[in-house]
Design a protein around this ligand. Structure first.
Ligand code: GRF
Length: 185
């Protein structure tokens, strides 16, 4: 039986993109491609180094979020994927996208706490004793879709750099598992 297909969307470093490709591509799923809205994203080279083609769709070339999402949806649908995976994709998505695309997203906090931008910093600075990450389905309301997996750790007395490393380690562990789970593999 052929492997289920995913596409990965990203905007920056692409360390989750890299981790997903290394752990899943041609093992559990086929990563048919990656899409970025940022022509300068460091992840572009990371994907290419692993043999994954990247489509650059610069949001600055579109007049509205809806126009950008319309093109994005068209590209994703042409790839005939089973799942779209948002790995650090820093765009607010409209119903044009959320109404048509089955997608999951990773967020560096224990949702429903610290939704939206700067979650890493806000979670670190909070009085909470734990920090963590969440993978959830994408709906129109930001970071509000059904949670698929979460992982947390004790953050007492941690400096920011150690906190960030712990967040990344959690992300690299649960994101591939969430992809597999949401594809019913
Ligand atoms: C991750 O922390 C993810 O949770 C957030 O954006 C970051 C992306 O990092 N949505 P990278 O580009 O995968 O290194």
């Amino acid at each position: 039986m052929s492997l289920k297909k995913i596409v990965i969307l990203f905007s920056g470093e692409g360390s989750n993109l890299e981790n997903l490709i290394k752990k899943l591509h041609q093992k559990s799923v086929t990563v048919v491609g990656a899409i970025t809205n940022n022509p300068d994203a460091k992840g572009i080279q990371k994907a290419k180094n692993l043999g994954i083609g990247v489509t650059i769709l610069d949001h600055k070339e579109f007049n509205s979020r809806e126009a950008f999402d319309t093109k994005l949806v068209e590209i994703i649908q042409s790839l005939e994927v089973d799942l779209t995976v948002l790995a650090g994709f820093m765009r607010i998505l409209t119903p044009v996208f959320t109404g048509q695309i089955k997608a999951i997203n990773i967020h560096p906090s224990l949702l429903p706490l610290f939704k939206g931008a700067n979650a890493l910093e806000r979670s670190f600075e909070s009085k909470m004793k734990v920090g963590g990450v969440s993978v959830h389905y994408v709906v129109t309301e930001i970071d509000a879709g059904e949670i698929i997996f979460q992982k947390c750790f004790d953050k007492s007395d941690m400096d920011f750099s150690t906190f960030k490393k712990n967040i990344q380690a959690c992300e690299y562990e649960i994101f591939p598992k969430a992809v597999i789970s949401s594809l019913n593999l």
